[in-house]
Design a protein around this ligand. Structure first.
Ligand code: 13P
Ligand code: SF4
Length: 379
């Protein structure tokens, strides 16, 4: 479990909401100048432009965990992203060897808005995963099943993987992680994103009839019979990202009809039907690198969160970049981090009264770290 501390703030959030972006930016810069390297502001690529401009480092989920793991100077990480990312940063920045180097002093992690969660991460609760594991153990040799959790999950699920010989993956290393798992066991239980699990396993030659989807709300056995699990290689979890669900195959067809040499670039959280039609599928980091290397004048339709696509459009005017869906779909929870929350959390921190600190309890952090370190060691 992690606790999100809501201390009594020195400054009230309400007083920040009416301030304009220029003033908020100025005040945020002032705190950064004063705290110097003691403060590290991390920003995920889906953050709003105003927020990302104030981040010291930006990255995809994998890169951000590496940054939190490797920084030796900071005392504070202010995480402009969502809850599971702040939890991961807390675990990695405060792992035992780092704590010992700092004489036991913790790096404290702040999530500027505690409402910034991830709806996909919420689709797998630890009780549900434990009960799936128990039900499956009546049918399968669980020594021959590796649990793999997408990093978009609560620390308790990462801890579950740590305790059961499992591992964490991100969208940038899912295939490497699955290979690691298949070197050890015949089967994988993959949660919470069925699409990342399916898209990755399909590329490795596993077929859909070897990938039942476990429905945590089914009356029994996740909604399938025993024979289905006996032939399974990857048991997927019935979870998805609502943002990436809006991309549909017809959007790809429409673009290809309109612009024949368009390249379709998507995130692997998109459903299989879209992923299969795309030219390139990859993490937000890979999407950005692909666009950075694209020849001038080339045409692209991108299937991922709107703020990132819009930023790429602005930063690369020499390219013809489109948002893959005709519908606006942004990550509403990432958007909950705004300049008002960032400034409010930073000024309280500067006043010696930090708000919204995220702290994963020791037992959970210990087991979650096992699964995270397995991932960091192989990718
Ligand atoms: P990546 O940035 O790791 O590709 O993940 C996207 C995402 O949905 C984060 O929640
Ligand atoms: Fe979660 Fe989807 Fe938002 Fe990523 S884009 S944080 S998976 S809801």
């Amino acid at each position: 479990m992690s606790t999100a501390a809501q201390q009594t703030p020195t400054y009230e959030l309400a007083d920040y909401k009416s301030l304009g972006n220029d003033l908020l930016t100025q005040r945020i810069r002032a705190v950064r100048d004063q705290l110097g390297p003691e403060l590290l502001i991390l920003g995920h690529h889906y953050q709003q432009d105003e927020v990302i401009a104030l981040s010291d480092l930006r990255g995809d989920s994998y890169e951000l965990s590496k940054m939190a793991a490797s920084n030796t100077q900071c005392r504070w990480i202010v995480f402009c992203g969502v809850h599971f990312m702040a939890e991961t940063a807390d675990i990695l920045a405060n792992r035992p060897e780092r704590l010992a180097e700092r004489g036991g002093k913790r790096v404290r992690v702040v999530l500027p808005n505690l409402e910034a969660g991830c709806s996909m991460a919420d689709m797998a609760a630890i009780e549900q995963v434990e009960s799936a594991w128990a039900e499956l153990s009546a049918l399968l040799d669980m020594q021959d099943v590796t649990p793999v959790t997408y990093i978009n999950s609560a620390a308790s699920l990462k801890a579950f993987c740590g305790r059961h010989g499992g591992i964490v993956c991100t969208s940038s290393n899912a295939e490497t992680v699955l290979r690691w798992a298949f070197e050890r066991t015949r089967r994988v239980l993959f949660f919470p994103d069925q699409h990342l699990g399916r898209n990755t396993a399909l590329r490795m030659g596993i077929t859909n009839d070897q990938m039942p989807v476990w429905d945590p709300f089914a009356e029994e056995l996740g909604g399938h019979d025993e024979a289905t699990y006996q032939r399974s290689r990857v048991i997927l979890w019935q979870g998805h990202c609502s943002v990436h669900q809006v991309f549909r195959p017809e959007h790809v067809h429409q673009f290809r009809q309109r612009i024949p040499d368009i390249r379709i670039l998507v995130h692997p959280e998109c459903p299989q039907e879209v992923n299969d039609l795309a030219d390139i599928s990859g993490s937000t980091g890979k999407i950005i690198k692909t666009i950075q290397q694209a020849p001038p004048g080339s045409h692209w339709a991108i299937g991922t969160e709107l703020h990132l696509v819009q930023r790429l459009k602005n930063e690369f005017p020499q390219l013809d970049i489109h948002f893959l869906s005709p519908m606006v779909c942004m990550c509403a929870t990432m958007y909950r981090i705004d300049l008002a929350h960032l400034c409010w959390s930073l000024e309280n921190l500067q006043a010696g009264n930090p708000v919204n600190t995220i702290h994963v309890d020791e037992e959970t952090a210990h087991s979650a770290l096992v699964a995270l370190e397995r991932m960091l060691a192989i990718s």
